[in-house]
Design a protein around this ligand. Sequence first.
Ligand code: SF4
Length: 299
Amino acid sequence: MKIVEEILELKARRNALLLAHNYTRPEVQDIADFVGDSLELSRKAAECHAPVIVFCGVRFMAETAKLLSPTSIVLHPNPKAGCPMAEMASPEEIRAYRASHPGTQVVAYVNTTAATKTEVDICCTSGNAEKLVASLPQNRPLLFLPDANLGANIAGKLGRKIELWPGCCPTHNKILPEHIKEARMRHPNAVVLVHPECLPAVVALADHALSTGGMLRFVHDSPQKEFIIGTECGILHRMRKENPEKAFHPLDPAVVCPNMKRITLEDVLNSLRDMRPTVELDDEVLRRARAPIDKMLEV
Ligand code: SF4
């Protein structure tokens, strides 16, 4: 395809690293240098030292790449690709919460804006949330934001009281317990994997709740041959590509995040050609929002 050749040629000329989330369009994943979940992409951005990063994912992820690689030019090819969940907790709301709940430890899912991260103690991803919350002192109240489902699922797993922010992922919230019951009837031998952003009632019916990176490792290592996948359907592309001998069924084909599909090959080409739109964060946000991410990467 001509457009792919043009992108690869420009990418080489700019010495750019192209990162893509597991939920992005298949054709975007296919030209990426690295495809992964939020935690894997954060680590890649932190260690890459690339002069240019093209980040194919939603806005908060591109901001995280900028926080972890501040000297890189970070291109986010379509600024309309935002995450509704990330907009559900603002810095002002967190300051107000802290004022009325002194002593609370605030844990933020990485799905938050850089501005919101400046007000929290530590970040986590779905891949490390349980381990990270378990590492925090038990004798202080703990607020988890913005995803109430992920917070409730961790609380249930750890048997720990956690205050939950009333946010959620509109895409994962579409998955209901009846979807699992119906899918199990259709595919009785399949293992059911769901994302921990799903409702606790959904997680309770699944065989495992895993981050997208965790799901990919699981299906690769498992001797099982058939899987029902309860997360954004973009991940099926990589699962099928990496495991051609296994069968993957979406729990519900309507579980598609419109924001994760916004970045097209044309957007990638245009951004590499014009070197915009770039992610810009002011120095104070860079400094203060990086601290909770650094803490996360240390755990
Ligand atoms: S799948 Fe959910 S959490 Fe992820 S970008 Fe879309 S809306 Fe945000």
